[in-house]
Design a protein around this ligand. Structure first.
Ligand code: ADP
Ligand code: MG
Length: 222
C-alpha cells in the first residue's frame, strides 16, 4: 500500500467573485521510500498540492490517505500530531525565526516535548552531519543561504519524520549550495525516508527517483 494515496483531489479557491480551480482531480500514489519530484510552471498548483499532502490545507473534494488513514476523518489535534511526528517540511524561504539561534530554531518543533535534553543531543548530531557544528549559536542573519536551508533541514528532521516535504528548497540558493542541499535530501532518502520535492528546476528534480509534472490542474508523467 502506498504511504501517500491521493484520489481525485480537487482544490478550488474563491477570490471575490472569481472561482479558481487549481487542482482538477489529482490522483497520485507515493510508495514508502520513494523520492518523487513534482515539477511544473509557476502557478500550476505545486505548492497547493504539497500543502494538501502536508495536511496544511484541506482539499475541496477527493480522498487522501496517509499511511492508510483517511486524512479528512481526522480532527485538528490528530492533524497537528501527524504534522509534528510524521512530516518534515522544508520551504524555499527557510522560515527560520530571526531572533533564535541555529540550535534554538532546530528545537522549535520539540517545545511541547518532555524529552528536550534528548533532542538537544540529537540536534547537535544532525547539525554536525550537515556541516554546521561550528554554527550552533549563530543567528539566521549570520548564515549563508545554504547554511539557512541546512538549518531548516535539521529542524524538519528533529522529530524523525518518515516523510520529508520540500517546496522549492533550492529556489533561493546558488548552484553549489543547491547541490549540497539536494545531496542531503538524497542521503535522507537512501536512509529510507520518503521525499516529496516540488521544484520547477530540472537540475534539482534530477536528484529524485521519479518525476511528474503538474499542468492544467492535473499530474502528468514527466
Ligand atoms: P505553484 O506552487 O505551482 O507556483 P500554487 O499552488 O502556489 O502554484 O498556486 C496555484 C494557483 O492557486 C495560483 O493561481 C494561485 O494564485 C492560486 N492560489 C494559491 N493559494 C491561494 C489562496 N490561498 N487563495 C487564492 N488563490 C490561491
Ligand atoms: Mg509554489
Amino acid at each position: 500500500m502506498a504511504i501517500i494515496e491521493l484520489k481525485e483531489i480537487r482544490k478550488v479557491y474563491h477570490q471575490g467573485d472569481l472561482r479558481v480551480e487549481v487542482l482538477k482531480g489529482v490522483t497520485l500514489e507515493v510508495e514508502k521510500g520513494d523520492f518523487i519530484a513534482i515539477m511544473g510552471a509557476s502557478g500550476s498548483g505545486k505548492s497547493t498540492l504539497l500543502y494538501i499532502i502536508g495536511c496544511l490545507e484541506s482539499p475541496t473534494s477527493g480522498s487522501y490517505s496517509l499511511g492508510g488513514v483517511e486524512v479528512s476523518s481526522l480532527d485538528d489535534d490528530d492533524l497537528s500530531r501527524i504534522r509534528n511526528e510524521r512530516l518534515g517540511f522544508i520551504f524555499q524561504s527557510f522560515y527560520l525565526i530571526p531572533y533564535l539561534t541555529v540550535m534554538e530554531n532546530v528545537l522549535v518543533p520539540t517545545i511541547y516535548s518532555a524529552r528536550r535534553a534528548d533532542f538537544k543531543s540529537r540536534a547537535r548530531e544532525l547539525l554536525g552531519r550537515v556541516g554546521l557544528s561550528d554554527r550552533f549559536s549563530f543567528l539566521p542573519s549570520e548564515l549563508s543561504g545554504g547554511q539557512k536551508q541546512r538549518t531548516a533541514i535539521v529542524r524538519s528532521l528533529i522529530n524523525d519524520p518518515d516523510i520529508v516535504l520540500a517546496d522549492e528548497p533550492t529556489g533561493q540558493l546558488d548552484s553549489s549550495s543547491s547541490a549540497q542541499v539536494m545531496d542531503i535530501l538524497k542521503g535522507l532518502n537512501n536512509q529510507g525516508k520518503t521525499v516529496v520535492l516540488v521544484t520547477h528546476d530540472d537540475a534539482t528534480a534530477s536528484y529524485a527517483k521519479k518525476r511528474v509534472v503538474m499542468k492544467d490542474g492535473l499530474i502528468h508523467p514527466a
